[in-house]
Design a binder for this molecule. Structure first.
Ligand code: MN
Length: 207
């Protein structure tokens, strides 16, 4: 009984995910100041609010994805969604100097060619979906049940997991993601992000 209570209580406590790199490691694409606010302030606030909202509720024993897929529209969905979204977001980058593939390889490369024609066409469509999303939200590369890839625009805290899709790569188009470094130039921010995408992480998310 005691063990079960501890497990239940642990499941209800979400922690700030650790950054897999130093706060200044993504410069000049994303500044240390942006990372410190985005991860240390914005994401921490979503984590804190989520913990308050799930406490003692039926959601206390669910994991993040289950909460996102079951919560009604409102504060719980928004905060759980943002914790899930930002966890995927911060983990998908690597420092420019860390090297690594500049483009996808293997089965991710094949799936991108099958869905969009070429990697360059995929980049153009992802950029157009990012600049074309009015207001705040996310643009995702996602995998559908047939294994095919799609670009999905989600307003606010949305994540394609609610449509039965697997999120592979997420671009945060909330102004807090780029305003310090790029002011209103969302397109320039999105264009720069390609330099820091860790394609091994993205490919590992494929089912
Ligand atoms: Mn954000």
């Amino acid at each position: 009984m005691l063990t079960q209570m501890i497990i239940t209580s642990m499941a209800a406590t979400f922690l700030l995910p650790k950054l897999p790199y130093a706060p200044d490691a993504l410069e000049p694409v994303i500044s240390k100041e942006t990372i410190e606010y985005h991860h240390g302030k914005h994401l921490q606030a979503y984590v804190n609010t989520l913990n308050t909202l799930v406490e003692g509720a039926e959601y206390a024993t669910m994991n993040l994805e289950e909460i996102v897929c079951n919560a009604p529209a409102g504060p719980l969905f928004n905060n759980a969604g943002q914790v899930l979204n930002h966890t995927l977001y911060f983990e998908q980058f690597r420092p420019v100097e860390a090297g690594g593939a500049a483009a996808p390889t293997g089965k991710l490369d094949e799936a991108i060619r099958a869905a969009f024609g070429s990697f360059e066409d995929f980049q153009k469509k992802m950029a157009a979906a990012s600049t074309g999303l009015f207001g705040s939200g996310w643009v995702w590369l996602a995998q559908n049940a047939q294994g095919g890839l799609e670009i999905v625009q989600c307003p606010n805290a949305g994540n394609p997991v609610t449509k039965g899709l697997v999120p592979l790569l997420g671009f945060d188009v909330w102004e807090h993601a780029y305003y310090v470094d790029y002011r209103n130039r969302r397109a320039d921010h999105i264009a720069a992000l390609w330099q820091i995408v860790d394609w091994e992480v993205v490919a590992a998310r494929m089912k």
